[in-house]
Design a protein around this ligand. Sequence first.
Ligand code: DGJ
Length: 728
Amino acid sequence: MAVIYNDEKQIFHLQTKGTSYVMQVVRNKYLLHLYWGKRVQNYCGTRSIILKNRGFAPNPQENDRDFSLDTLPMEYPHGGNGDFRSCAFGIREQNGSRICDLSYVGYEIMKGKPKLEGLPCSFGSEEEVSTLKIHMKDKISGLSVFLLYGVFENADVITRSVVFENHGNSPLTLTKMLSMSVDFRESGFKVMTLYGAHNNERNVDLRPLKSGMVQIESLRGTSSPQQAPFMALLEANASEESGNIYSANFVYSGNFTALAQADAFENVRFQMGMNPWNGEWYLEPNEKFFTPETVMVFSSQGLNGMSQIYHNFYQHNLIRSKFAFQPRPILINNWEATFFDFNEDKLLALADKAAQTGIELFVLDDGWFGHRDNDDSSLGDWVTDKRKLPLGLSHLSDEIHNRGLKFGLWFEPEMISRNSELFRNHPEYALHTEGRPYTFGRGQLVLDLSNDEVCRYVIESVSKVLRETKIDYVKWDMNRHLTDVGSINFPMERQGEIFHRYVLGLYKILEELTTEFPDILFESCSSGGGRFDPGMLYYMPQTWCSDNTDAVCRMKIQYATSFTYPVVTMGAHVSEVPNQQTGRVTPLQTRGQVAMSANFGYEIDLTKLSSEELDEIKKQVAFYKDIRNTIQFGKFYRIKSPFDENVAQWNFVSGDGSQAVAFHFEILSQPAAPIKILKLKGLDADAVYRDISTGYEYGGDELMYSGISVPLEKKDFRSVCFRFVKVN
Ligand code: DGJ
């Protein structure tokens, strides 16, 4: 039973394979949080609430000084009547009042999981997931708040989201609507977040939480490369392999906030949701508002345990594309090879070489449409540029297919260039605030996706190309963040909704396109991994991990991305040296082995490579095809972190356990070089494995506990790969 309700004590116990989550209704009104952590068989009441009269802690009842919302572990806290910590939601009534007072009304337990209107969210069969819906109500405003908990018993995940319904007689404004809030009566956590920038996505930040708040956010209109919509609280002794970790990842691609707040009594509040800055919602009577979903993962087996849960969950219960479990093609993308300067001959010469090496998919990147010779024109004009492709896109696609390759195409559908037919005809399609000047990013403007007519234009113009041309893959790019956010189509009281309406518009477009074109493999991109979030993964099963293709940087980016996202979702390409982003020269072998540790491809001018280099690429491609199933659909284990040392190590074990591939990367050659040992993970300790290149056999226990000595070599940026098959 995933949801257990004790009627006598009014206790809800959500239970998964490894986790318990417990709440209690007290005084028939307040919903308090009791416990989130390692599964307990039966929750009988060990964590009872201890009431204590504390200074400056206000009381709802005049003569009951021990009872204060400021010191109680609240399940979905609101402000205004005594809880001075960060509230989970806020309202503003017509008279300006911002006070709210929720009372428990009742609950419902359902098999399966309802969809969240207009939003991506995890899914599962009635056997996989149960939903608990708790109803709370503010009697004075008439606002009903439904807390939704999706309990995935075997996947070991609890999801949370909230539905607000205005059952009052007047409109009201939601001023904050977080999806998750958890009050721990514990402290001493370290807070883990992933921060970065364009070309430098997802670095690890680990901060002790002593007092006050650790908060991350995006106000950029997308989830952003600056902060990933992820936060984890690590108990003091937690590590990669052991210890308790409480984490959350937000299924949303817009502005978000995540925070951990320590109070004076060593309690910690952990919250995640839509960013309240410019994030209001005006709710008419009988209208509903759905918050996006938070995926909550508790692990008692450190970060590795946490990642295994996320990877499995996203593959099975979030990514809905039919490609989720299909081997992803090895691609060549022409971007770094040609930029905007190409014609059909040049592209076909590249395709010829790609076909010779065994590459499977040719992707035509930016510059094929409108009149686009650089990045300051034509976005929005999704019509083939006949100067570059006089015989048309379909002709090119046919030629590519004739060479035995699939054909993929780049779009940046959310954008509009001022120098475009679209802007000349429809300047009102650009996101802007009436009477104010435009703010540019990469020389372009953003389309107003809060406007349904604009969404229709995007759907029609993109699907026209997809219908007319044989296209197997789409790269969906998004290269700037939102400014001038406002829309003449909405009244004053709804201007705070435009950020969220933009995301809803985007989701609507993606819903329609991915439904009409289920056979197209979509890859999302935002100048690399700038919008790598579970919301996008719901529609598109892979994301271009970073524009930075330097092998050393990619070790870190891919390592940190793997904390939540499965390796198969990360696009990773071999590019030229010196690397265009860092100027670094790394061996082709290392570039290959870093990229083949994810969803593999090339972004390099193959026509300029020597025959030796092409031979090496041919071998890499053949090797990846051999190990593809293990890499893309096996289990991934981080062994050594490039954030901590001069090395990175990781290994993969195939789903059936019969294959293992391990990689060792050493960044700089060192004097008095220490000998490095590689200890594999996830093998069967009792089985015997054969090293494919040497034929030597070792026990799984030996490979994991004793480990392999990595041969020394005097070389910067080197990599070594070991491949094993299980013998018995
Ligand atoms: C940014 C992407 O990340 C690149 O791979 C490339 O597609 C460019 N945009 C094209 O403008």
